[in-house]
Design a protein around this ligand. Sequence first.
Ligand code: DGJ
Length: 738
Amino acid sequence: MGINMVSMLRKLLFVCACLALAPFLRAGGYEIAGVVDVSTNDTTLLISYTDKKIPHFEYYGKKLNSPGDFIGKGGMTPPEMGEENPLYSGRGGKNFLEPALAVVHSDGDLNTELLFEGAEKSVSKDGNVQTTVVKLKDTKHDFFVNLIFTAYMKENVISERAVIVNGQKGAVELQKFASSYISLRGREYYLTHINGAWANEANVSEDRLTRGMTTIQSRKLVRTTLSENPSFMLSLNAPLSEKSGEVVAGALVWNGNYKLDFEFDEFSNLNIISGIMPVNYALGAGEKFETPEFVFTYSSEGAGKATRNMHDWARNYGVYAGNKQRPILLNCWEGVHFDIKEDVMFEIIDDAADIGAEMFVMDDGWFGTKFPRNDEFAGLGDWAVNPRKLPRGIAPLAEHAASKGMRFGIWIEPEMVNPKSELAQAHPDWIVGAKGREKPLIRNQWLLDLSNPEVQDFVFGVFDSILKSSDKISYIKWDANRHLEQVGSAYLPADRQERFYIDYVRGLNEVYRRIREKYPDIIIQACSSGGGRVDYASLKYADEAWGSDNTSALSRIFIQYGESLIYPVKAIGAHVARSPRRNVATSMKFRSDVAMMGRFGIEMRPKNLTKEEREDLKRAVSTYKSIRDVVCDGDMYRLVSPFKDPNYAATMFVSKDKRRAVAFIFCVNENENTDRPYFKLDGLDPNKKYKVSEINADRPICMQNGKTLSGEYLMNRGVGPRFMYGLSSCVVELTAVE
Ligand code: DGJ
């Protein structure tokens, strides 16, 4: 597209965004004056407005080529019953549904009635990102909301956020301020979401929604995604299915308290209202409030396509350095825990290099002088190297790793402080908690008050000074091992305490932003007691999240499956750890096959491996190197869900050109196994021939190993591994031969 054409497109305003139509009768008998079309390549989101400028969320689904034909066919809504399918409803007025926005205006008026004022559209240089700003204004007050819809054309993902502006002479109080309001029309709805607890993250549950309200939320502030992830899949009119049916999948880009409401209303619509957990927030005259984004996609081909859309968006836009390949790392946490010693670190670095790892990460326990970090009771906050453990500091370790051709990473937990620390003694006012109340501890630590700019500087300084200690550090594991309990900020004024819930997150993200400005190439892992920060706000700055502290391979099959519904596997750390783990013994092959379905890593002291295990691990590392691009950058197809099948789990990855694929098949039953199921593959080109090779195996068990078969055969007949034992696995690589 020529430059002139592009700049013309970028200037397209209201006129183009609002397709004026011949008036159509909308429910209730009033006329639609126009629509705003927010389409992607395969989907359409249609906003309509009536002759009275009342905006509606008119349609979200399969691409409409002539939206005008569709409008006007909705059900009847007697006007006296209020407005159906609002676009972004205010509390009060004619609205009795759950609002997106609740405001106490400067004169005490509790009502907000937003009318459509216009829309503007702009297009990115490459044409893939189209932004539509829909302008809304209250009927009475100078109070404005701009809804910003960003359409990612080829990924078929849309994001929505709101910018709320108080144009009144006095302050208003925001009491609710959603990021988005999506109104779907169906008969019944099935909500799938991922939830759990520490070391048991991302269980997949599905519920048929009943009339009324269902909510997914978190008030933990930190490590929120251990329990409820701010994401979901919503299936219309039938339970969620992988390959068919209408699915809307979404995720809130916020790493703090949130609330996702699903209101199945009396008109049979499902209104999804997503945003920060509401608090009372004073907005002064002329001030604006920007909500985080909510990203979502629509698939008419089931959950699988919805996942692939989200993964594509994530790699291209949502995850930091989403298109870069991640190194294979060895983390010493489960190998030595707090028992860091220079000679042991050297030993592990040597072993990691021998095994083929590309990076070594030194975990917790390396710091604290007056209060050494020998366990979880002391030292957090005091980020000076413990000279008794590392007499020469960090640099020699990083240099040693570099001399072995590996990169070096290090663990920090800069948002936290132990009572037994120099930091806690020096800055009691930096600790979150209410004056006059005993501050509760979790893991013997308190949270630092990131609403305070001085604390933000401190946290930035921790990161900065560590990186200054050696130019060979290229990875930071950023941990956060408690959530918020007692709230209270010594920094915020007494009448602004509620802001803490938002300002903490803003403070944290401001630190991340500063870090990224200075250190664009450092790899960051967002860890929070395992999978407590698996969210797109953390991943905006972090290259990856740690999937779970549960490294049992059997558990990980479930956890990684759940997380990958919405988040791309290359952004989820998955490590081969010791066995037995959590009383479940698994082979090195099984453990490494599970870890290969994510950002592969190792979590142990290799010295403790048997000779055979070490050889198997080496083989796994080299196997992963040969398939990493397919797993990390390919399309994911779920074949069998461990949450639905008592015996098996299977997932495969297909390169974008469909020339290569890898299928991972697991027997998740611990019993001896005698049945002989076939697993139909997916995502291949039916007309291509593929060479089938079982990989990462001493004795292949796949019946089709070594054969060349058509995609048609593989997707209809499938492959048949002959599992002989419980907890065994089979990984099959497919390579197009013509
Ligand atoms: C919790 C993390 O999830 C673990 O991987 C490890 O880093 C420990 N914290 C260290 O204290």
